[in-house]
Design a protein around this ligand. Structure first.
Ligand code: FAD
Length: 542
């Protein structure tokens, strides 16, 4: 439960002796079950003198020293670094106070902002440090940026807000963010610290390409408003910056007007080359007359395609009984949508027929359903409910996400999908192409250097009782990474997981010096997001 704030006084951030005293006391506080740091004398089992000294700090932050195990959990369910405390901020000032506290800490104190905690390998955790529960920072507002023809509608959201709530608020005004993730119960700050990719990214770029402005707290405890025009270096550092430079407290995100309905298509292929050629042709069509969303997946042959058919949301099911007969070791599913307004219902069928006409899917192996726009965007939520019921949501998820250059994708398919993973991974295997020109190279996120690269998501669920185990899935991942390395494929891990600076140096490659300089500039004491294992607070950065 979130502790209740008891007074409105905030930390006097310039009061260095007070801060140092607080840091001296912090390690002692770890052992106490629950505590609100406040101007009033706290009731805790510290000595009276210590309590008086602590009260003199004039801190008024919602900090809990109990239930810290909740911040040692994430979606991966494999990594558990327990912090000493959890901060529930109610303003950016609260975050400034805690960052300044850590900045002057003699105890190598670190801080991790935690959004929805959907990381896999503890990226939002901070061993013995402080986790900031960003969800307690609230606020979503829709507005317009600029004037006249140049006006861009936007939504401004606190860093801990979930995309589902952002989408719902924007949709009240007939709009939605241009680029989203497949699953919307992720936080704004969490996905902007990575990239945020899905089937709209071919046209609008990842979520990080759709941000107008950020409010952040740097690793020095400064609040900065940054954008393309103001503190641009910090702005681009933070976008895809893996939480290394600053904590995102607010983000202004571009919106566009959206229809209320979608035609949702799945078309099946046995020939990988035909599948990828169609995908690449489709992502080259960037005008409004083409599809709005383009993804794809690999299906293992044993899979009952009807179990894969769309999980319907009060929809008219036009043709979902697909039965593909093929000798191919795996099948490929192209997934598309075309959005439309209800008043266009008479025309959409014809439009869809003409858009599908040039594609090379297996004869009549296509499934088309009608869904509400929001129902489609929120499609993974139903799956989540099922997985929660079956317990698999809480199982280990050794996921591997990669960006593979277009020139090597056939080779990747031949070895990875057709041989190694032809039996499936007990979870989705996604594959779809993206246009690199939609990624701004000033951002911290890195991609392969080719103009088109594929997002590949191997999203396996380990099973406690039946195969595959977490170890099997992790061994598979290692083999795939080894294959990419030995074949000199210019791949990048997306949502990267590495364990030391040398591996990160290889990941960022020629952009490593820039990443390191940015760290020195904005978080010189390496306080932020220690769970990414890029920099260590105990080692001096220079
Ligand atoms: P957290 O796990 O809480 O944090 C991730 C990192 O960001 C940590 O290092 C943390 O310290 C840092 N961070 C968090 N908040 C802030 C902040 N406000 N300021 C600065 N740093 C911060 N990704 C996609 O791109 N597309 C998808 O379609 C997609 N689907 C997914 C579906 C599921 C079911 C899951 C579990 C994940 C999916 N992801 C997808 C991955 C997801 O984008 C990342 O795991 C992302 O980090 C999750 O956001 P979060 O709020 O849970 O972040």
């Amino acid at each position: 439960m979130t502790p209740r704030r008891t007074s409105s006084t905030t930390i006097p951030t310039a009061c260095l002796p007070c801060i140092l005293l607080g840091l001296y006391l912090l390690p002692f506080l770890r052992s106490f079950p629950y505590f609100i740091v406040t101007a009033a004398t706290p009731s805790c089992s510290l000595s009276k003198e210590n309590c008086r000294e602590l009260a003199a700090l004039n801190l008024n932050l919602n900090i809990s020293f109990s239930n810290t195990a909740t911040a040692a959990q994430d979606f991966g369910h494999m990594h558990h670094d327990r912090p000493s405390a959890i901060l529930y901020p109610s303003s950016a000032q609260d975050i400034v106070a805690i960052v300044k506290l850590a900045y002057f800490s003699p105890n190598n104190l670190t801080i991790a902002a935690k959004g929805a905690g959907h990381s896999i390998y503890g990226q939002a955790q901070a061993l013995h440090g402080i986790v900031i529960e960003m969800s307690s920072l609230k606020g979503i507002e829709v507005g317009v940026h600029g004037f006249g023809e140049a006006a861009v509608p936007f939504v401004e959201a606190s860093g801990g807000e979930l995309w589902i709530d952002v989408v719902k608020e924007a949709m009240k005004k007939g709009m939605a963010p241009r680029s989203l993730t497949d699953y919307l119960y992720l936080s704004v700050g969490g996905t902007l610290s990575n990239a945020g990719v899905s089937g709209q990214a071919f046209r609008y770029g990842p979520q990080i390409s759709n941000v107008l402005e950020l409010e952040v707290v740097t690793g020095k405890g400064e609040i900065v408003i940054c954008s393309e025009h103001q503190h641009a270096d910090l702005f681009y550092s933070v976008l895809g910056g893996l939480g290394q430079f600053a904590i995102i407290t607010k983000a202004k995100i571009c919106l566009h007007h959206v229809p209320t309905k979608v035609k949702w298509v799945r078309a099946y292929y046995s020939d990988f080359s035909a599948f990828t050629k169609d995908q690449e042709m489709l992502i080259s069509q960037e005008n409004e007359n083409s599809f709005d969303y383009i993804e794809g997946s690999v299906l293992d042959k044993g899979k009952d395609l009807n179990s894969w058919k769309m999980e319907s949301h009060s929809i008219e099911d036009l043709n979902s009984n697909v039965t593909v007969e093929s000798d191919a070791p795996v099948l490929y599913c192209l997934e598309l949508t075309k959005a439309y307004f209800v008043h266009e219902s008479n025309l959409i069928g014809k439009k869809l027929t003409s858009l599908l006409e040039p594609l090379h899917y297996l004869p009549s192996q296509i499934s088309i359903i009608d869904a509400s726009y929001l129902g489609f965007l929120d499609r993974v939520h139903d799956k989540e409910r099922d997985l929660r019921k079956s317990g698999l949501w809480y199982a280990p998820h050794p996921w591997l996400n990669l960006f593979i250059p277009k020139s090597r994708i056939i080779e990747f398919d031949a070895w990875v999908f057709k041989q190694q993973l032809s039996g499936g991974i007990n979870g989705p295997m996604l594959i779809y192409p993206l246009n690199r020109n939609k990624w701004d190279s000033r951002m911290s996120a890195v991609t392969p250097s080719e103009d088109i690269f594929y997002a590949v998501g191997l999203l396996g669920y380990a099973s406690p009782r039946t195969a595959p185990t977490a170890k099997t899935l992790m061994d598979q991942n290692s083999k795939i990474l080894y294959f990419c390395k030995t074949k000199s494929i210019d791949y990048k891990q997306y949502l990267p997981h590495y364990v030391n600076e040398d591996e990160w140096r290889i990941h960022f490659d020629r952009l490593w010096p820039r990443f390191r300089e940015r760290k020195l500039r904005y978080d010189p004491k390496a306080i932020l997001s220690p769970g990414q294992r890029i920099f260590s607070r105990s080692k001096t950065l220079s």
